[in-house]
Design a binder for this molecule. Sequence first.
Ligand SMILES: [Fe+2]
Length: 367
Amino acid sequence: MKIELNENKIFFNNGQSIQEIHPFWLRERVDGDEYLDKGTQQRLFDPSTMTGEILIKKAEIKNGFLEVNFNDGVNSKLDISKLETEFSNKDTVIKSIPKKKWDSALKNVKNFEFKKNFYESKEMYDLLTSFYEYGFVIVKNVPTENNYIVEFANSIGSVRRTNFGEHFNVKSKSNPNDLAYTTLPLSPHTDNPYRNPVPCIQILHCIENEVSGGYSTLVDGYTVSEKLKIEDPEAYKVLTEVKVRFRFIDKDVVLEDWSELIHLDDEKNFKQVRFSPRLDYVPILKKDKLDLFYKSRKKLSDLYNSKKNRIEFRLSPKDLILMDNHRILHGRTKFDPNEGNRFLQGCYIDFDSTEGKLRHLKRKFKI
Ligand SMILES: [Fe+2]
């Protein structure tokens, strides 16, 4: 990629094509002290209110800088390497971390050890990178006193409070408003598909675990949906098109949201899965379309519930797991409460927390 000049026009050459850069695009990026606050990197002028055509009177390239005189009297020196980063038009931090597909054969995923000054450490950078690769990460030895999970969450970003509270306690109780608060097995699901937006990341922290059952299970929704795309394109297609209704009701609130079970982005790539068959209702559609939908959902469910696709492990006290609730399905095996206590605490954070922290640590460690 490089910048080229030709008679006061500035061009961007990416090796395959050459295109002129709009003068206003450059004018918006002037960064002298009068135009940009150095601390916040926020503009001190409002380009949306500017009138009149912006033209380039003179342009030169010198020592990695593009020096431009605009026709409105503003002169600026723009760092060419910064401009080039913008040409790639990509998120250079999060999207550059490739997702790794995994199933029951997954081995040797690194666990992280909690320690002093953890949140600002290189270790935290590695942890977040691993989180974006696999969709989950386990941290050992996290303090359990005084709802420490909330401090943990707030040290990465901010807790996403819901009607279950700032954090919630997962233990069996009488009159539960969710099956999580029973001793029943929980098949793989994503949390809170009825919220808009769906909480991005679930944090679960094991406080006590005295039972022999109650294993935690995880399935990679990304791997499974990519597998379905290859094995049964028709099923994949209908599950990426039909929006179903998810609803949660208790005495205080009615939460409802509609989504495809496999949600794709604008480029038709994987974006999010929601799966919680206790809560989903498909709208009335033509009978043959529903036929296809039900067969396809069954196929997806079989894949999610297959031992081939899931990992299973026992959480020990002080273990904390971070999982991408838009990618990973979680569940647990049943347990016998007569054997002892099983007590987990949970809370949610959103992607802005982990993304913001990761970009900050990348900047801090100049990675
Ligand atoms: Fe859950």
